[in-house]
Ligand binder design. Structure first.
Ligand code: ATP
Length: 488
């Protein structure tokens, strides 16, 4: 059983073993930004590889994309983010700390892109008996107010032609903006999806939850386009596919659940929305969102269909998004590049969209916490990370038993032969028992040891991390032995 019960434990574990460091630590650190160390970057890359393999490589109905972070400002007008992507916050009058209202009051609206700002502010939020998480004072909060979450930046060197852009707060909009490009350059037909992994940025109010909530993070998103009327089928399909992805990669079923959004929690255009939640073992053992799956109807493509018609007024208003009106020209919304013509049924429609939207950092954290284990072996504590082989940062460690009798040369040779296939690690320092323990702590599934017998019969010891079982394998069968167990 994992023994991690405090966030601090996981933070120190990550630091100690080179998984995750505070950003700019030598300068005192930068709040809510983190760097992935040697083992962390392998884990995170493996999470992304496993996601890409499951949703792009193994499926015939999804293609990939990699969009730029900076996009035309009208994208954010059409998506609603420019005006509404804000958190509702309240400030403590005693210590001036700002806190998200939904973290203080139950059933409060979360991001206000889901509803109008007026409605969010007008909703009754009784904060009179709420405790400030920073100073502990009760009922000292201001009225709730919106706090915009998008980071702004300037593009262009000249004052006259420079314009305000936003760091994308989600990767999804780049997919919608490329819907027509993908249709025109591939032979894919509806139902199909577009998948993307990339960085997103949000000026989050509440952080302090390690890599669970940061201001720069990575998302793995799919927009799955389908014919209206088939959307409920695809929603159920994606719920199952995404839940299975986490459990297939080793997350324990009892730590994973669905949480359906209440109707008043959902965006007005969404037909259904569910979170995949993980039971992080910190503090009170909170269920927290890993991924959201939403039936977004035809909202996004319709909004962009309207957005691209506002280009002229954007130029006329010299880029002032507030002056641009996105009113719908009701009758002809089907005209335009974001509709789809079904040439078999001979009909044109705006596709519905099912969006499974996962956080790469949150998933990596959940896989790490879930894999952590402690046990007693012959009176000694053994710490290990029981990673699924696909996620393990290092797959195979190779050791010579001792640094003489030709063993290092043979071990190096084996290491050189294996490292083109798997991420391997060579270690000759210290007692072999301690080397095994170090690899257990890094979550390495197999250790290969060259010993005295190797020279006699060309066999090595292969030790498996979880069971600690050791078997002798002849060196010419070693690659296959490992492949069968690692490439699962
Ligand atoms: P939350 O309620 O936790 O703020 P959200 O509902 O705003 O999340 P979405 O907009 O649905 O999140 O984004 C999809 C996924 O992106 C989330 O499920 C999460 O895994 C990840 N994500 C969102 N915001 C952050 C963040 N600030 N840091 C790390 N991951 C994030």
């Amino acid at each position: 059983m994992a023994k991690i019960t405090k966030l601090d434990d996981i933070v120190s574990l990550c630091k100690r073993r080179g998984f995750i460091f505070q950003s700019s630590e030598i300068y005192g650190g930068l709040a809510s930004c983190y760097d992935y160390g040697p083992l962390g970057v392998e884990l995170k890359n493996n999470v992304k590889k496993a996601w890409w393999k499951a949703v792009v490589q193994m499926r015939d109905d999804i293609v990939g994309l990699d969009c730029s972070i900076l996009m035309h400002p009208l994208v954010w007008k059409a998506s609603g983010h420019a005006e509404k992507f804000a958190d509702l916050i309240a400030e403590c009058k005693k210590c001036n700390t700002r806190t998200r209202v939904d973290h203080l009051a139950e059933h409060a609206e979360e991001h206000t892109e889901h509803i109008s700002l007026d409605k969010a502010i007008a909703a009754t939020h009784d904060l009179s008996n709420k405790v400030c998480p920073a100073c502990g004072k009760v009922g000292q909060f201001t009225e709730p107010m919106p706090f915009k979450l998008m980071f702004e930046t300037q593009m262009g060197a000249n004052v006259d032609d420079s314009m305000t852009l936003y760091l994308r707060p989600e990767t999804a909009q780049g997919i919608f903006a490329n819907f027509r490009n993908v249709l025109d350059t591939t032979r894919i037909k509806i139902p199909f999806g577009i998948a993307q992994i990339g960085k997103s940025f949000r000026n989050e109010v509440t952080t302090k939850a390690f890599i669970f909530r940061t201001r720069e993070f990575e998302q793995a998103e799919i927009e799955f386009f389908c014919e209206p009327g088939t959307d409920e089928h695809w929603y159920e399909h994606w719920k199952k596919a995404r839940f299975d992805w986490y459990t297939d990669l080793g997350l324990k079923k009892q730590n994973l659940r669905f949480r359906d959004h209440d109707p008043d929690e959902m965006a007005h255009y969404a037909k259904a929305c569910v979170d995949v939640e993980y039971k992080f073992p910190f503090g009170s053992g909170d269920w927290q969102e890993l991924e959201g799956i939403a039936n977004r109807t035809d909202y996004d493509l319709r909004r962009h269909q309207r957005g691209i018609r506002t280009l002229n007024s954007w130029y006329e208003s010299r880029g002032d998004l507030a002056k641009i009106d996105l009113k719908e020209e009701a009758e002809d919304y089907l005209k335009g590049p974001l509709s789809y013509f079904d040439d078999q049924a001979k009909k044109r429609y705006i596709p519905y969209v099912i969006e499974p939207s996962a956080g790469v950092d949150r998933s990596a954290l959940a896989f790490l916490v879930d894999a952590y284990d402690e046990e007693e072996v012959r009176g000694e504590k053994r710490n290990l990370l029981r990673f699924h082989p696909a996620l393990a940062p290092v797959k195979v460690a190779v050791f010579p038993l001792v640094k003489r009798d030709g063993m290092p040369e043979i071990a190096r040779n084996i290491y050189n032969n294996l490292k083109g296939r798997f991420n391997c690690f060579y270690d000759h320092a210290g007692a072999v028992g301690r080397r095994y323990r170090r690899q257990d702590e890094a979550g390495t599934p197999f250790c290969v040891t060259v010993d005295g017998q190797t020279k006699q019969d060309a066999t090595v010891t292969v030790r498996e991390r979880d069971s600690m079982e050791q078997v002798r394998v002849s060196t010419d069968k070693l690659l296959n032995h490992l492949r069968e167990r690692l490439e699962v």
